[in-house]
Design a protein around this ligand. Structure first.
Ligand SMILES: O=C(O)c1ccc[n+]([C@@H]2O[C@H](COP(=O)([O-])O)[C@@H](O)[C@H]2O)c1
Ligand SMILES: Cc1cc2nc[nH]c2cc1C
Length: 344
């Protein structure tokens, strides 16, 4: 069970929005965002100041089938880049003045990396075109690793958490999860990922359809836990666990791109009560993202043709969210500013 947003605070925030010196609705989605955050944070003054980023990384056995434009080595190489402050999300975290926690929940890396938390059930998932990606125990471990990361990142309090991921091959896993849960063909949700050409995308779709058929996940009415176990990734399972853990702690989540949204779809199927706590940062350029967002009735904040991952889209949406709060909290009312309301 997850708690429900505060309807009293939502009503108070809606009323305040109606009194601020602007025509009603003129700040569009920013008004809805501030009202929604007020309800989630159960406060009259919503905030996005304390917004730790948690980035989960894992490797994928399915890369053996030639489904990514990059080799699996890049996942661990990027962990070093995150730790050294040179990745896109590292720059955003510095500029936004938020902490970045990087958690290795299943990369191929053998050695510990300074600045990266290692909490992994196994090095890489299995190739889901041959075997289930993980065992029940490995799935449970990764799911709980997500929960542990939320606990660590929010001990000092958090207004929300930003969730991101890194894992070569994970758009294949995310598309497989989406196709299984939305009961559609892989071709409806598959995309270029890090940069496949059209032939590569067709091959990727065939690999996914064959995997779904092998695991009996192409027949609708599938268990979301079984979908995660058979075709998921450790970072995707950790993301789903983190979302449910955050919702249980009344902490809103800023959801990043295609992969984090696929994790959100799984989390919402596992525990529908977590849905109100998930805020979608952007519409990714990855082709399947629109369909998954629509299935979640999600209206993302930005649409900037991003397709990087790492939590970078969510980082870019954070200033909009912070400014929506500042406007809500600081604008004068018609009465305070002695401004006339609409013509009666
Ligand atoms: O966030 C997105 O929408 C997104 C779209 C395409 C690719 N990515 C990133 O690219 C990697 C996966 O791409 P691929 O082609 O290896 O499956 C992974 O590290 C993701 O963070 C991320
Ligand atoms: C370089 C690189 C950086 C990334 N960040 C997230 N996914 C990525 C994939 C690649 C290939």
């Amino acid at each position: 069970m997850c708690p429900k947003p505060s309807e009293d605070h939502r009503a108070a925030a809606e009323q305040r929005q109606g009194q601020l010196t602007k025509p009603p609705g003129s700040l569009g989605a920013l008004e809805l965002l501030a009202v929604r955050l007020a309800a989630l944070q159960a406060t009259e003054r919503p905030s996005g100041q304390r917004a730790p980023i948690i980035l989960f990384a894992g490797d994928h056995g399915i890369t053996a089938q030639g489904v990514s434009a990059y080799p699996s080595d890049v996942t661990v190489q990027m962990l070093h880049n995150f730790a050294n402050g040179g990745a896109a999300v590292s720059v955003l975290a510095r500029e936004l003045n938020v902490p970045l926690a990087v958690v290795d929940v299943g990369t191929l890396g053998e050695a510990d990396i300074a600045g990266v938390t290692s909490d992994k059930p196994r090095h890489s998932t299995r190739d889901f075109s041959r075997d289930a990606a993980m065992t029940d125990a490995e799935l449970a471990f990764a799911f709980d690793a997500g929960k542990r990361a939320v606990e660590r990142a929010t001990v000092a309090g958090a207004d929300l958490v930003i969730l991101g991921e890194m894992g070569i091959g994970n758009t294949t896993s995310a598309a497989a999860i989406a196709a299984a849960l939305l009961a559609c063909r892989a071709q409806d949700v598959v995309g270029a990922g890090t940069g496949l050409d059209n032939d590569g995308i067709r091959h990727k779709a065939q690999v996914i359809d064959a995997g779904l058929s092998l695991h009996g996940l192409d027949r609708g009415e599938v268990s979301p836990v079984e979908v995660l176990r058979c075709v998921g990734g450790f970072e995707i399972a950790a993301l789903a666990g983190a979302m449910i853990a955050a919702a249980q702690r009344r902490i809103p989540v800023l959801v990043d791109g295609f992969i984090v949204t696929a994790a959100a779809l799984a989390a919402c199927r596992i525990n529908p009560d977590c849905a109100p706590w998930l805020i979608y940062s952007h519409r990714s350029a990855e082709r399947g993202h629109r369909l998954v967002l629509d299935a979640l009735a999600a209206e993302p904040i930005l649409d900037l043709k991003l397709r990087l991952g790492e939590g970078s889209g969510a980082g870019l949406a954070l200033p909009v969210l912070r400014l929506a709060c500042a406007l809500h909290n600081q604008m004068a009312t018609f009465e305070e500013a002695s401004v006339s309301g609409p013509v009666p």
